[in-house]
Design a protein around this ligand. Structure first.
Ligand code: MLT
Length: 238
C-alpha cells in the first residue's frame, strides 16, 4: 500500500528493521550533522560514503582497504585514530575521489535501519529540492521520511527538513507524522538558520564555537545532488 509517512524519533527507528519496507523509498535526515556532511562530501567529489554502526566495523573495513578514509563522531567529537570528524566543513576538496566509512551516533544508525527499503536516500536542507524532485518522479512508491534524532530524542532540525520535503510534495496523501513535520516547516519556513540556532543541537554546536557548521547546514538547496545508499553499502551521488 502506498503511504507518505514520517518517523520522528529514535525509539521508532529501532522498530524499522522489522517493518515491511518493500517498494518503499526511505529518506534519512540528520541535519546536524551526519547527512549534511555526507551530502557535502559527495558534492566535493567523494566517490562514496559507507555508513556503519560501530567504530570496530569502520576500523575492520580500513584494515581490509587502507585507502579508505574513516570519519564520524562520538559525543560530537572525532573518534580517536579517525581521519575526519563529523563536521561538513571537513568534507571539502580533500575528499575528492576518496571512499569514506562513517559512523555517527544517530545518523548512520538510521541509515542502516532502513537498509531493506527499495531505495534509501540521505537528505538534508542542502539537497532538499533535489531529493523532493527524485520522489516526485516515483509517485507510486511509498515514502518514509526518517528523522534520525539525537540520542533517544527527536531533533527539531531533522523534522524541519523532512517537513520541507513534505511541503514541496503537498499533493501526496500524508500520514499524520508527515503532516506534523510539514507543520513544523510551515511555521518556520522563512528562516532556516534561526530554526537551527534555536534547536538543542544548534545551541550545543554554537556553545562549542561551531556556528559556521550550523550556518552551513542551514543552507537550503545549495547542493543539487541526490545521495543514494547503493547495494554495495556506499552512498553515492546519482
Ligand atoms: C549523529 O549522527 O548523531 C550526529 O550527526 C551527531 C553529530 O554530528 O555530532
Amino acid at each position: 500500500m502506498s503511504y507518505f509517512d514520517a518517523i520522528l524519533s529514535p525509539p521508532e527507528i529501532d522498530l524499522l528493521p522489522q517493518r515491511d519496507l518493500r517498494g518503499a523509498i526511505a529518506v534519512v535526515f540528520d541535519v546536524l550533522r551526519a547527512t549534511s556532511s555526507i551530502v557535502t562530501a559527495l558534492s566535493n567529489g567523494a566517490s562514496g560514503i559507507r555508513p556503519v554502526n560501530t567504530i570496530e566495523e569502520a576500523r575492520d573495513l580500513k584494515t581490509l582497504n587502507p585507502n579508505l578514509l574513516l570519519g564520524g563522531e562520538r559525543n560530537g567529537e572525532r573518534i580517536e585514530g579517525f581521519d575526519l570528524g563529523n563536521s561538513p566543513l571537513e568534507y571539502n576538496e580533500s575528499v575528492r575521489g576518496r571512499e569514506i566509512v562513517t559512523t555517527t551516533t544517530n545518523g548512520t544508525v538510521a541509515l542502516r535501519a532502513v537498509a531493506h527499503a527499495e531505495t534509501i536516500l540521505a537528505a538534508s536542507l542542502l539537497n532538499a529540492t533535489a531529493t523532493a524532485e527524485f520522489l516526485s518522479k516515483h509517485p507510486a512508491n511509498p515514502v518514509i521520511l526518517v528523522c534520525a534524532g539525537t540520542f533517544r530524542d527527536p531533533a527539531l532540525e531533522d523534522i524541519y527538513a523532512a517537513g520541507l520535503i513534505a511541503w514541496i510534495l503537498q499533493a501526496r496523501e500524508m500520514r499524520d507524522p508527515a503532516l506534523v513535520a510539514k507543520s513544523v516547516y510551515a511555521a518556520n519556513h522563512e528562516d532556516s538558520l534561526a530554526l537551527l540556532r534555536s534547536a538543542e543541537n544548534g545551541r550545543a554546536l554554537i556553545r562549542k564555537g561551531r556556528i559556521r557548521e550550523v550556518e552551513w547546514c542551514a543552507q537550503v538547496d545549495t547542493i543539487n545532488i541526490v545521495a543514494e545508499l547503493k547495494p554495495d553499502g556506499f552512498i553515492r551521488s546519482i
